[in-house]
Design a protein around this ligand. Sequence first.
Ligand SMILES: [Zn+2]
Length: 193
Amino acid sequence: MKRVEEISKLKLTPGDDVCVIEEFLPGAGAYEHKGLVKSAVVGTPKLDLNLRVVYVTPLSKKPSMPEAGSLVYGVVVLVKDEYAVVKIVCDAKGTRYSTPFTGVIHITQVSDKYVKSLYELLGLGDVVKAKVLNDSIPYNLTIKEARLGIVATSCRVCGGKLVKTGEGLKCSECGTVDKRRVSSEYGHIKCVI
Ligand SMILES: [Zn+2]
């Protein structure tokens, strides 16, 4: 079994020796050359001890990350007067990132109008569609454009469904009026999170 352990630990690049053909036959990601099993890809070996075959599993591609100019969806996890923190969960197509990223919406990136505090405009747990402004963590986000902003939320008082009205949002359960900064697509797109 010592050999199995040795082989399993290999970090392979194309052309690297994996083992000799008497030990394992080459499976996907491997090939034979002059009695040696070699790797065809950058990856790690996976052994099938029953079939005596070695596969080389390619290293997964670089995990996708938000980039400047792209649209993302996230959940508001903190609201302060001047900024809100968003847990970025997925990209514009709804494809989840392997790990969530931290985004920040500054008070100047919410509306073209003067904003005194973000408390009225964003709530904990709101799902926002936002545009990424930079290429590093924490990501700075903007929801200034009409199509950006909250795409899913609920009443602060009763948790009921908020419906868009002329002046803003109104709770369909208790009638509370809400001034949150919703996207122009609010009510028209399905929540992706
Ligand atoms: Zn309500």
